[in-house]
Ligand binder design. Structure first.
Ligand code: PHE
Length: 340
């Protein structure tokens, strides 16, 4: 082999040999095959060689080139292997993929359903767009009754059914009471109905779309004590064992007597603080099912009675997590949602 070629071959090999990491090898490649590289310069010299020796010189350059390329490839794979065997710390914690979680409202729904299942209630789903009959009329709220105004209802334009009236976006889940009586036919009934509700209201404690859960219990000899015990069971499981409820007299057309249910404030535990003022937070409405409602549902009020309640899910979440503004729940701001 021509001594010139031999020198280049040796130089190239030793350069390759010196590479410690893949990045060094990239640099070495440029030094050998780049524009001013060792092999490139050697190739350039072919034209200056005496014509009678040129062919064999050219061949030798080519075979040297081939040898260097092979050498290069070997070194490269040895560096790749050594990198994977030495520089990976298998004890290092893996990169965590960010996991999402259920929305707060869905989490609360699951919790609420679980608690009522323990008491033998079954989850039912009733329409979120329903007839006036189910939302109002059958609940002892005749047309033009001023009590209807409390529900800030969205009415849907369209045909009117002679018995059922117009369609409305349900302003509460109480339409589920009649629907459940029709479905179950015979007591005992223990239903929980969770659905979206709609009202024309928006501020820190209201959104035009929200969720309610409606409970209905119908059997023989149901008493207010049963109702109170049920609420205490729910409250201690949902808010914690130290929280208790109280009933305040109220008025709903579909329950008699009616109550507003309060729960002790989680911050001051009933002593009174800036959030609750007098120690109690309002959970929602309840009462003993009005005989007229039972009758409308085909149940004999002389034989059976029961209680019902309807509470807002967003409100219960706000009371549990001390949310300052219910609208936060629907703004889908990841910085807020991530906190739960
Ligand atoms: N539907 C009532 C409301 O939305 C709550 C309620 C339900 C009251 C059942 C009594 C019984 O305010």
């Amino acid at each position: 082999m021509n001594p010139k070629i031999k020198v280049v071959l040796e130089q190239a090999k030793s350069k390759i040999e010196q590479a410690r990491v893949i990045k060094d090898l990239e640099q070495t490649y440029v030094e050998i095959f780049g524009r001013d590289g060792l092999v490139t310069n050697l190739t350039k010299q072919i034209k200056d060689i005496d014509p009678k020796d040129r062919a064999s010189f050219g061949q030798s350059v080519n075979s040297a080139k081939k040898e260097i390329v092979e050498y290069f490839a070997k070194k490269r794979s040895s560096l790749v292997i050594s990198r994977s065997s030495t520089s990976i710390d298998i004890t290092a914690p893996g990169k965590k993929t960010q996991l999402g979680h259920l929305h707060l409202v869905s989490q609360a729904i699951e919790e609420i359903v679980d608690i009522f299942k323990k008491l033998g209630y079954s989850l039912q789903s009733y329409p979120e767009i329903d007839w006036d009959w189910y939302a109002f009329e059958s609940l002892n709220m005749p047309k033009n009754h001023p009590a209807r105004d409390d529900w800030e209802t969205f009415f849907i334009k369209g045909d009117t059914n002679p018995k059922y009236g117009n369609l409305v976006l349900t302003p509460h889940t109480s339409n589920g009471q009649l629907r459940e009586m029709e479905r179950a036919k015979n007591p005992p009934i223990r239903m929980i109905n969770i659905a979206r509700c709609y009202r024309r209201q928006i501020d820190v404690s209201h959104t035009p779309m929200f969720h309610q859960f409606e409970g209905l219990f119908v059997d023989k000899n149901v008493s207010i004590t049963d109702l109170k015990g049920t609420f205490d069971f729910f409250t201690s499981h949902f808010f914690g064992p130290k929280r208790v409820t109280r009933l305040r007299p109220h008025h709903f057309r579909f329950t008699e007597p009616s109550f507003e249910v309060d729960v002790t404030c989680g911050i001051c535990m009933g002593k009174g603080c800036r959030l609750c003022k007098a120690g109690w937070l309002e959970l929602g409405g309840s009462g003993m099912v009005h005989p007229k409602v039972l009758k409308a549902g085909g149940i004999d009020p002389a034989k059976y009675n029961g209680f019902a309640f309807g509470w807002g899910i967003e409100r219960t979440i706000a009371m549990k997590t001390e949310l300052p503004d219910i609208r936060l729940l629907f703004q889908n701001d990841i910085r807020f949602l991530e906190q739960f």
